[in-house]
Ligand binder design. Structure first.
Ligand code: MD6
Ligand code: FE
Length: 204
């Protein structure tokens, strides 16, 4: 572990350079083990359009989307359970968020090329008093933060490999998204791109 003191951007807590190079490489190996058990896929939205982000997950609950809409799911589409959350991520959560309940879900998102994620809120979790913690690996990404209400002013920051960010307290329900990545800015992810891991307490 390494890195500077946390900073606050629109209520979100950011720990720049929280994971050192060795921790990032170890976590990338954990991600590859998750992908071996739960390969990234591009689920379709309610409107039938595949997401540009490749999605996998770990923990008791993963995430799925299809024509019925988005939801947490206890198993993959083929019925297999999601692989376990890597112990290093559980330890990071416990260290940075000692008051929170342990996470039961870790979404694993892969951004390649022009992949992006539109402005959204994370509000499908059963207990919205619990934080969401995100870890960035690989290529840099332009992260946009807005307010709890839709519309209004937004602010952007570049998230780099090893950066960690939490949405908690009054910032738990702010709008946020990824405008774009900077392809080729890191060689951590095999095949290129960016991985974002988000740890949550999804279930009751
Ligand atoms: C991403 N992150 O960084 C997308 N959600 O690729 C999220 O959607 C996110 O970073 C909740 C809390 C932190 C996040
Ligand atoms: Fe989110």
């Amino acid at each position: 572990m390494s890195g500077a003191d946390p900073l606050t951007v629109r209520g979100a807590t950011v720990w720049p350079g929280c994971l050192d190079a060795a921790s990032q490489a170890a976590l990338m190996r954990d991600v590859q083990a998750i992908w071996a058990a739960a390969p990234p896929r591009h689920p379709v939205t309610r409107w039938g359009r595949p997401l540009s982000v490749g999605m996998s997950a770990a923990g008791a609950l993963g995430w799925t989307s299809d024509r019925r809409g988005y939801r947490y799911a206890p198993a993959q589409d083929d019925g297999r359970p999601w692989p376990p959350i890597p112990p290093a991520l559980l330890a990071l959560w416990a260290r940075l968020l000692p008051q929170a309940r342990p996470p039961d879900s870790c979404l694993v998102n892969l951004y390649r090329g022009a992949a992006r994620m539109g402005l959204h809120q994370d509000r499908d979790e059963a207990d919205l008093t619990q934080p969401v913690l995100s870890v960035s690996l690989g290529d840099e990404a332009l992260f946009r933060l807005g307010g709890v209400a839709r519309g209004g002013r937004t602010e952007s920051l570049w998230l780099r490999s090893g950066d960690v960010l939490a949405l908690s307290g009054d910032a738990r329900l702010i709008h946020h998204g990824i405008d774009r990545i900077r392809p080729g800015s890191s060689d951590l992810v095999p095949g290129g791109g960016r991985v974002n891991l988000t740890l949550r307490v999804a279930g009751a």
